[in-house]
Design a protein. Structure first.
Length: 202
């Protein structure tokens, strides 16, 4: 989503830019439902238990698909006409309706972090579940806190030229870049922990 949005700054053709914005917006609108499905299979927490059933997974997948299709069919409901910011060929702003979807994504991010923290404190010390929750919180926590807050404050930060162009955009990029590195480290640590646990058990 952020990568697609960042690409628009390198194109001067408004048709290409509009296409990129539409794809990125469709991803943003579909992501909350997909993220809930991801949380359901990743964390054994009461908060995400309602999303763990097969029916819930199918419903979330269906809703995310319909939401993305709705964006492609009605992009004007989500973002305004392109404009030239002066420092890039084109940029865009979300409509009030689009901003609400950005805020929804932010709340879902923070919801996932809260679920991971609850799992960590409820799991037995030294258990696989606690270690998984710990590294999940580390990998996603930084991203969820920064990106979640930025998404929730989107209607305030993004419309302002300074806050939007020089705080919101770089801040979101920093959150995602740090998240990728932390996620890679977390996956490695979790795999090493599981390997060590299996060796000790045998």
């Amino acid at each position: 989503m952020a990568g697609i949005a960042g690409l628009l700054f390198f194109f001067d053709n408004p048709t290409v830019v509009t296409t990129l914005v539409t794809v990125g917006t469709a991803a943003m609108v579909a992501l909350p439902f997909q993220y809930l499905s991801f949380l359901a299979v990743s964390l054994h927490a009461p908060l995400v238990a309602p999303f763990r059933s097969r029916a819930a997974a199918v419903l979330l997948g269906l809703v995310s698909t319909v939401a993305a299709i709705f964006v492609f069919a009605n992009p004007h409901l989500f973002f305004l006409e392109l404009y030239r910011p002066g420092w890039a060929p084109w940029n865009f702003q979300y409509t009030e309706f689009g901003q609400r979807w950005a805020q929804l994504l932010g709340f879902v991010y923070l919801f996932g972090l809260i679920a991971a923290v609850i799992v960590y404190f409820n799991a037995q010390k030294g258990s696989v579940a606690r270690n998984r929750a710990k590294w999940y919180a580390i990998a996603f926590g930084f991203r969820d806190v920064i990106a979640g807050i930025l998404q929730i404050l989107h209607p305030i930060l993004r419309p302002d030229p300074f806050w939007g162009d020089f705080i919101y955009n770089p801040g979101y990029a920093l959150a995602l870049r740090s998240y990728i590195r932390l996620l890679a480290y977390a996956v490695l640590r979790f795999q090493l922990f599981n390997s060590d646990l299996k060796v000790k058990s045998s």
